[in-house]
Design a protein around this ligand. Structure first.
Ligand SMILES: [Zn+2]
Ligand SMILES: [Zn+2]
Length: 342
């Protein structure tokens, strides 16, 4: 079968690999019908993620059809249409019992990281009963791919951790797929104002369509303080993963506010506790647990949430090398999410 394989920093190839097989009775093999490329995959390609070794099939998002299940899988059978969660969970360990699937002792983010992932014709899914979701008949399968990672990530790490309430003033720093997924799901809580910051005008225009009330292109701190009459924002969401964007968040958070970090950071940031210690602020970090997937799935199914708007490009799995080039040049290509169909 065809698979997109990482061969060390900067090197990837679409090659033939053996079909995955059942290793444990809790496994399922899924034939991928739609997958995508994540910003995290670009980090892996740069060599930023040391747990990914040469020869690994990348990808942790996708929708497919169950090909075969292990003997102890009870919730899925061959032929079922399924959504694959980016987080695998055993459902039994201490962390899983607390709903913190991201830190599952035998799971977490392993797909396309420590085991072969979804950018292939077939994938092995461990703990299938607690790591797959049924896709209802008639569902928009491409839109459902957004439920594997970006919607739960934006919602759990940004909206829930940021404790967005009706009437709040929210700033989202970064209008990539994750920042826009945060913007979409923030609307559940009716914030009064959502200010979106990015350097890419195309992404800001998309943010406007998704309900941003103000767009900030340049001098983010000055602009936001002006927009909030010097008070700052109730919730500042970091959706980039860089020292300067974290710094914007700590400069614009109002007293009593929340800074919710969503971005993946590779470098240390300067924390200005000398300014923040008396401000009653909270700072949160989180790896997505995907505890909200079932709820989000219902909102996508009924059209309350329309993540299809995030899809800008379509390719076949055979064109995945080109798809990586397109997604890697997101600004020029005006790319958000690319869909790969098998
Ligand atoms: Zn991802
Ligand atoms: Zn577990």
């Amino acid at each position: 079968m065809k698979a997109l394989v990482y061969l060390g920093p900067g090197k990837r190839v679409l090659e033939d690999k053996p079909m995955p097989t059942i290793h444990e009775p809790t496994d399922a093999i899924v034939k991928i019908t739609h997958t995508t490329i994540c910003g995290t995959d670009l980090h892996i390609m740069k060599g930023d993620v040391s747990t990914v070794t040469d020869g690994r099939t990348l990808g942790h998002e996708g929708v497919g059809v169950v090909e075969v299940v292990g003997s102890s899988v009870s919730n899925f059978r061959a032929g079922d249409k399924v959504l694959i969660s980016c987080i695998s969970s055993c459902g039994k360990c201490d962390y899983c019992r607390r709903g913190m699937y991201s830190h599952c002792g035998d799971g977490g983010w392993i797909l396309g990281n420590t085991i072969d992932g979804t950018q292939a014709e077939y994938v092995r899914i461990p703990h299938a009963d607690t790591s797959l979701y049924h896709v209802p008949d008639g569902a928009d399968e491409e839109a459902f791919v957004m439920l594997s990672d970006i919607l739960p990530t934006g919602f759990e790490c940004g909206v829930l951790n940021g404790q967005i309430k009706p009437g709040d003033t929210v700033a989202i720093i970064g209008a990539g797929p994750i920042g826009l997924a945060t913007l979409l799901t923030a609307q559940f809580y009716s914030p009064a104002e959502v200010i979106v910051v990015d350097t890419d005008s195309n992404r800001l225009e998309v943010a406007r369509k998704f309900g941003a009330t103000s767009l900030v292109h340049g001098n983010a701190v000055d602009e936001i303080m002006k927009l909030t009459q010097g008070k700052g924002v109730d919730v500042a969401i970091e959706a980039v993963g860089a020292p300067n964007t974290f710094d914007i968040c700590q400069s614009i958070v109002a007293a009593g506010g929340h800074i919710a970090n969503v971005g993946v950071h590779g470098k240390s940031v300067e924390l200005h506790l000398e300014k923040l210690w008396s401000s009653n602020v909270t700072i949160t970090t989180r790896l997505v647990d995907t505890v909200s997937t079932s709820m989000l799935l219902k909102t996508v199914q009924t059209g309350k949430l329309d993540p299809r708007q995030l899809i800008t490009h379509h390719f076949t799995l055979n064109e995945i090398m080109k798809a990586y080039d397109t997604f890697g040049n997101a600004a020029q290509e005006k790319a958000l999410k690319v869909i790969l169909t098998n």
